[in-house]
Design a binder for this molecule. Structure first.
Ligand code: NAD
Length: 298
């Protein structure tokens, strides 16, 4: 039975660890939150007193932590000193590319195999075991990474070497934010021009404006397949998390010299929306900011 150590049992990690246990793997889980540890035990995981204890006999270590500084700390203070050198280390958190590369360098310097493997799909996919993983690792390590992630995944794709998983994630989410704002602006203009939203959806989804934000995740309530817009913009992918990813994208753009004016505009718009108190709403709720109807968000 594969021995997995799982560190970080929050909104995403709890369902991911549970799916590893469901697949018959021996999961030793750790989180700073007692409530998260109780949930993990109920889902069939074993728990440990520290992250270091959790990894001490692991064949695979998976981390799902909030941000780069958490990942740097957990790896340098707990994982690298205490895991067996044979363990495969996989960080699934969304973090900055520099931190991902730094942790990869430390891990490889200490003799470990390491992969950055951030995810797309959110809490629903984490619970269902249908996440998409974007992986940065040595080519030779990829089959083992794929095998380790399998119980949590719909797709596992190698983006390239260390840091490439995080790079793919922030590029994808910058594109998603820009296309969502585009869809919202189009619906806002269609409304002002007196178009029926349902008819506009039907036309745009069969025309060149078609995109995932429009046809699979429509920001206009009551139109298209069911989406967070039909549920008061609750659930889904929170504005605060999208803002985090847009900030990472802008940092990476500044460092690499990429020109991303629409990414910068998207960051500014989501920053404003967050400051107005809507960080917990799904990112498609920016529809109501652009329509001038924030009151409808409560
Ligand atoms: P979360 O805040 O719910 O969970 C993070 C967990 O890490 C918390 O339970 C916290 O107690 C734990 N933690 C922090 N420091 C720790 C430490 N030193 N040792 C052990 N545990 C520690 O966050 P989340 O929503 O689960 O997101 C996790 C990561 O996944 C983030 O990087 C996020 O950007 C990314 N992500 C989230 C979503 C989403 O929809 N929630 C989607 C894709 C990617």
């Amino acid at each position: 039975m594969t021995r997995i150590a799982f560190i970080g049992l929050g909104n995403m990690g709890s369902g991911m660890a549970a799916n590893q246990a469901k697949a018959g793997r021996h999961v030793t889980a750790f989180d700073l939150s007692d409530a998260a540890m109780v949930r993990a035990e109920a889902a069939g995981c074993h728990t440990s007193r520290t992250a270091g204890d959790a990894v001490s006999e692991a064949e695979v270590v998976i981390t799902m932590l909030p941000a780069g500084h958490h990942v740097r700390k957990v790896y340098s203070e707990e994982v690298l000193p205490q895991a067996p050198k044979t363990a495969l280390l996989i960080d699934c958190s969304t973090i900055d590319v520099d931190s991902a590369r730094w942790v990869a360098g430390e891990a490889r310097g200490a003799g470990f195999r390491f992969a950055d493997a951030p995810v797309s799909g959110g809490v629903v996919a984490a619970d269902a075991g249908t996440l998409a993983f974007m992986v940065g690792c040595d080519e030779g390590d990829f089959p083992a990474v794929e095998e380790a992630l399998c119980p949590m995944a719909r797709a596992v794709i190698r983006a390239g070497d260390h840091g490439a998983g995080q790079s793919a994630k922030i590029c994808n989410n910058m594109l998603l934010a820009i296309s969502m704002i585009g869809a919202c602006e189009a619906f806002g203009l269609a409304e002002r021009l007196g178009l029926d939203p349902e008819r506009f959806f039907e036309i745009a989804s069969k025309s060149s404006g078609q995109c995932w934000s429009l046809t699979s995740y429509c920001p206009w309530p009551g139109v298209g397949p069911k989406s967070p817009a039909d549920n008061g913009y609750a659930g889904g992918f929170a504005t605060a998390l999208m803002l985090k990813d847009l900030k990472l994208a802008q940092e990476a753009a500044a460092k690499s010299g990429a020109v991303t004016p629409l990414g910068a505009q998207a960051e500014a718009l989501y920053q404003l929306f967050d400051r107005l108190g809507h960080g917990g709403k799904d990112f498609s709720a920016v529809m109501q900011l652009l329509r001038g109807d924030l009151a409808s968000l409560g």
